[in-house]
Design a protein around this ligand. Structure first.
Ligand code: NAD
Length: 489
């Protein structure tokens, strides 16, 4: 079988290498978290498929890197058109594959996938740095394509996270070998079709399906790979970093988080509650989620009561239903991992003030992997539940006394991806945001993302920044050419 029909959409289950579909001798399966059924068997790539894909990307780099920026941009806009034309199919397939909400895919995620190509196509045409002079010499800065780029991504927003790297890499003139997540690999295959139909030359984008250890590991270790983009967990980044070090390959790492939501006693509490409940979106499988709620003592009780009342209204169910607020966790393995965190926290004496268990009824009725929105209170500083990334619908609630204490608690983490603060005092907002260690700070808002803004994590949340020109700085070899004064030639 070389195709699967998923949500009525035919998806090729083979790799996409050098403009050809390539089949492996063995397969792996992807399971829908909505009901636990196997929805496709995909080619299971390894060293041989990776070697072929990197060779194809290397060969295609010669032509693509020399294609004019205007022509590259035009093709990327056509890719974006192709994505927009297939938003419904992409949304349906992604929802069955990773369990995220269909309405979010339709209205937010897939339009953003198209934007990932459009924005960087346009930005490429605006890239410039003014020439400057040194003792009569002219310095000229250029962004030269770097070469084959390996892109390894996770399952929580598979196509959005992959294209947020693929878009700028291709715009920069690089060629790409993408390794999609094994728990949600299907939309990457549809993207290969879309890119091909849009006129992207063969070998410029390659997709190798497979497991991290079998397909991801040889890809990031390949000596012909000139950039590695990884989005995923800290332990995997450590393995990839070791491979990258062996070849001195530059990396861009977007990793986990344990971000704080700071609520000060001058905050608009309705807004604070709204932002807090939002952290359950995608069943908490969001790297940026502000899962540590830190609330100033004066408003703690009122916030707690309002938050619990609002959280109790969250509707959990089939992700294709418009009325559903949150769906399942992505896989049985991840479900067990989240359940393990919850059970250990309970055993350690933390108090459950919401949820604290799987959604047994829904799981029995559907066969899916649903976990109830869960909140803990009354645990020790340093407890696993408040230090480690759970990546599920699990929040913690703590109080703090002074602004100083709040900042200290917010920064008391190995991570530094994002922070959200809610306050009615602009001066406090400036003061506190300046002191938070995070790649992004949101003040009285959450998840407002602009593709021209720098994005990335501090601490163990990552290495590097992407977005706008920062992306091109990473994907390119930035070069300075110094021209002698006229009359020297
Ligand atoms: P993961 O690290 O297990 O896997 C991510 C990808 O790496 C998958 O495609 C996997 O196949 C691949 N992989 C695994 N082992 C590999 C190896 N040895 N060599 C090469 N590739 C390998 O992470 P996950 O569980 O899929 O994703 C969840 C994590 O991703 C969370 O920590 C989350 O916070 C993080 N994340 C971060 C961002 C961000 O922008 N900072 C965004 C989304 C998710």
């Amino acid at each position: 079988m070389t195709t699967a029909v998923v949500a009525g959409v035919e998806v090729d289950t083979r790799h996409w290498i050098g403009g050809q579909r390539v089949e492996s001798a063995t397969t792996f399966e992807t399971v829908s978290p909505l009901d636990g059924t196997v929805i496709a068997h995909l080619s299971r790539g390894g060293q041989a498929e990776v070697d072929a894909a990197v060779a194809a990307a290397k060969a295609a780099f010669v032509g693509w890197s020399q294609t004019s920026p205007a022509d590259r941009a035009a093709i990327l806009h056509q890719v974006a058109d192709g994505v927009e034309a297939r938003i419904e199919e992409l949304s349906q397939v992604e929802t069955l594959d990773n369990g995220s909400l269909l309405r979010s895919h339709r209205r937010g995620v897939m339009p953003r996938v198209a934007m990932n190509f459009r924005f960087f196509a346009d930005h490429l045409l605006e890239l410039s740095h003014p020439d400057f002079e040194t003792r009569g010499h002219r310095n000229h800065v250029s962004w030269d394509p770097a070469g084959v780029t390996a892109i390894v991504t996770p399952w929580n927003a598979p196509l959005m996270l992959a294209t947020w790297r693929i878009g700028p890499a291709l715009a920069a003139g690089n060629t790409v070998v993408a390794k999609p997540p094994e728990w949600a690999p299907l939309t990457a295959s549809l993207l290969a079709d879309i890119a091909h139909d849009a006129g992207l030359p063969d070998g410029v984008l390659n997709v190798v399906q497979g497991l991290g250890t079998e397909a991801g590991a040889p890809l990031v270790a390949h000596p012909d790979v000139r950039r590695i983009c990884f989005t995923g967990s800290v332990p995997t980044s450590q393995r990839i970093g070791a491979s990258a070090a062996a070849n001195v390959t530059p990396v861009s790492f977007e990793l986990g988080g344990k971000s704080p939501l700071l609520v000060f006693d001058d905050a608009n509490l309705d807004l604070a509650v709204e932002l807090a409940v939002e952290q359950f979106d995608n069943s908490g499988q969001v790297c940026l989620a502000a899962v540590r709620m830190l609330v100033q003592e004066g408003v703690y009780d009122e916030f707690r009561a309002k938050f619990l009342a609002k959280a109790a209204t969250i509707t959990q169910g089939d992700s294709r239903d418009e009325a559903t607020d949150i769906g399942p966790l992505v896989s049985r393995t991840h479900f067990d991992r989240v359940d393990g965190f919850v059970n250990r926290a309970i055993a350690d004496g933390a108090q459950v003030i919401l949820g604290g268990e799987p959604n047994h009824e829904l799981n029995a009725a559907t066969g899916g992997f649903y976990y109830r929105p869960t909140v803990f209170e009354g645990f020790d500083t340093g407890a696993e539940i408040v230090c480690h990334e759970v990546f599920g619908p699990v929040l913690t609630l703590q109080s703090f006394a002074t602004e100083e204490d709040g900042v200290a608690m917010a920064n008391d983490t190995d991570y530094g991806l994002a922070a959200t603060l809610v306050t009615g005092d602009r001066d406090r907002a400036e003061r506190v945001s300046a002191r938070l260690r995070a790649g992004t700070v949101w003040i009285n808002c959450f998840f407002v993302r602009d593709l021209s803004a720098p994005f990335g994590g501090s601490g163990r949340s990552g290495i590097g920044r992407e977005g706008g020109t920062w992306s091109f700085d990473f994907y390119c070899d930035v070069k300075n050419s110094v021209f002698a004064p006229k009359g020297w030639n």
